[in-house]
Design a protein around this ligand. Structure first.
Ligand SMILES: Cc1cc2nc3c(=O)[nH]c(=O)nc-3n(C[C@H](O)[C@H](O)[C@H](O)COP(=O)(O)OP(=O)(O)OC[C@H]3O[C@@H](n4cnc5c(N)ncnc54)[C@H](O)[C@@H]3O)c2cc1C
Length: 375
């Protein structure tokens, strides 16, 4: 080991998604010399899972990049294994292959695990979007599905994709001259409340014009195939097919604190509450918002804190900033943004053009810039 490496701060980042890559790229910028960065992740590719909603509809496939190339460009080392457990007292992690890796700072960015919520519905699977939904579209084309419902479970879930899938499915039928009764059920009081009132109004209008009925402020149960029950009200509705988002669970990593659903409790700077030297970002954390743009903001907060802690001339900032979203319509997309503070969205905007460059489906300060340069 060279003398310089001996004094480097060892940052181990677990995960190969948005939050992990944003952390690595941010640290490369904020602390290129004083940190040595290692990424531990089992996935061979970084797939932009937000773009997978396009795949059943013969739109371009989601972008995918070999993980090793991004990690290399971020000046980090890749360990292509999965995390098994953390020993916070010894400051080591152990992989599922048995490798023990020491750290000075550990960033947990393992994402959330989707779990089927309704036994009698088709559950949206981000890694198999086309195979999961293509059969449904074929049945619509064949006339065996004339009514369809899209259900959002209560609890943490990804905010955008179900609205996009409902809209794109209705559009698919309309373009073929097929009458399809399309309903979307959400516990939200208004669609996409995360992005504020202007975005909600725009989405309500888009869905209405696109032939999607929105039933808001409602929870659904699915007692039988083709039947859901709305509450409040206990109204029973029969449809030919039901599509649902999965519910999300946290990674419940042995050796780290987690809440009842397995999510890592963090403070606004991304410190995992109750342990020294461990940080977390992204869908794995106990924040209710599960959104790539927000995951990246959490990663930026963590990177700024680590950099400032080890003496870089960087101010540690808490998570925050404008939340951005891009709604895929199959034609021109819509772009939303809002400032999200204290559980409320302010200064909501909707534009047909991106409000920042480079704008991508997932808005991430360093990762978006990197992918744009790479494109
Ligand atoms: C269909 C769909 C559409 C979406 N649309 C949008 C959108 O338009 N805009 C937006 O901002 N967000 C969107 N999201 C949400 C966004 O994709 C997630 O919020 C974001 O990917 C979370 O990032 P993350 O890094 O926390 O987790 P992920 O991106 O899920 O990455 C987790 C990583 O951890 C790795 N991992 C898991 N277990 C282990 C382990 N034991 N050891 C090591 N590594 C492990 C995984 O392999 C993966 O690489 C969408 C999500 C879906 C599913």
């Amino acid at each position: 080991m060279t003398p310089q490496r001996a004094v480097q701060h060892q940052v181990v980042i677990v995960g190969g998604g948005v939050a992990a890559l944003e952390t690595a790229l941010a640290l490369q910028r904020l602390s290129p010399e004083r940190t040595a960065r290692t990424i531990v992740a089992p996935n061979a590719d970084y797939v932009v899972q937000a773009q997978t909603v396009r795949e059943p509809f013969a739109l371009p496939a989601a972008d995918r990049y070999p993980l090793a190339s991004i990690v290399g460009d971020a000046g980090a080392t890749l360990v292509a294994e999965a995390l098994a457990r953390v020993d916070a007292a010894a400051r080591t992690i152990t992989t599922t292959e048995g490798a023990v890796i020491p750290y000075d700072s550990l960033v947990l960015a393992l994402g959330a695990s989707p779990r089927t919520r309704y036994e009698h519905a088709v559950t949206v699977a981000p890694h198999a979007m086309a195979p999961t939904l293509r059969g449904v579209l074929d049945d619509i084309d064949a006339g065996t599905i004339r009514s369809i419902a899209f259900l959002t479970p209560t609890g943490p879930s990804w905010p955008l994709p179900l609205y996009e899938l409902a809209y794109l499915t209705a559009r698919h039928a309309r373009e073929r001259g097929i009458r399809l009764a399309t309903t979307l059920v959400t516990p939200e009081d208004v669609p996409l409340s995360l992005f504020g009132s202007a975005a909600s109004r725009a989405i309500e209008r888009l869905l209405l014009d696109g032939g999607v009925d929105v039933v808001a402020s409602s929870e659904a149960e699915v007692p039988n195939p083709g039947e859901f029950v709305l509450s409040p009200g206990e109204r029973r509705v029969h449809v030919d097919r039901i599509i649902a988002l999965p519910e999300l669970l946290g990674p419940a990593i042995p050796g780290t604190p987690h809440d009842a659903h397995g999510f890592l409790p963090v403070d606004p700077h991304g410190r995992v509450i109750g342990v020294e030297g461990i940080y977390a970002a992204g869908d794995a954390t106990s924040y209710r918002i599960k959104h790539g743009g927000f995951s990246a903001q959490q990663a930026d907060a963590v990177a700024s804190l680590i950099a400032s802690t080890i003496g870089e001339d960087v101010e540690a900032h808490p998570v925050g900033g404008d939340l951005r979203g891009m709604f895929i319509t199959g034609g021109a997309p819509l772009f939303f943004s809002a400032r999200f503070e204290g559980g409320h969205a302010y200064d909501s905007t909707v534009t047909p053009e991106p409000t920042v460059e480079p704008e991508r489906k997932i808005s991430a300060r360093y990762l978006s810039e990197y992918l744009a340069a790479r494109a």
